[in-house]
Write a protein that binds this ligand. Sequence first.
Ligand code: T46
Length: 138
Amino acid sequence: MEKKSYLIPFQSIGESSIGYISVAESAQNIPFEIKRVYWTYFTPENIVRGRHAHRQTEQILIAVAGRITVTVEAADDPIPQVFVLDHPNMGLYIPPSVWHTMQYSHSAVQLVLASKEYDATDYLRNYEEFKQIWSLKN
Ligand code: T46
């Protein structure tokens, strides 16, 4: 059984009169050592990004502004799950071997915490290959 995608609620430290801070820390609330951080912004609303799975990289996606609709499909479960990230205190953990796509509201800024440095060979960008590799494993 592969690991599943799941939401990670971050604590909102503060109050409305002074604003909030949320914290991601490897030994505390992140299930891997963070090796890379990147962010995505100014994505037109009609664009679907992603359309890939990772061989090894684990990630957490956070909509630090705006709204992100993330669709995930686990290699061992053909029924896709849809997560709407619309609050900066919520993260979505995506394990390896999960096909994912993202759509962004106009103002969305996506922050991603990743368990590995960037490596183009870690990406599976062909959906048929993604399904085939999984079926060969089982
Ligand atoms: C993911 C989703 C959530 C780099 O050179 N270094 C990097 O660390 C990253 C993340 C990307 N790039 C280059 C590779 C491509 O030439 O940036 C370009 C766009 O990457 P991509 O088409 O993979 O972008 P998205 O938005 O479809 O996917 C990104 C991440 O790449 C991916 O790992 O899971 O965000």
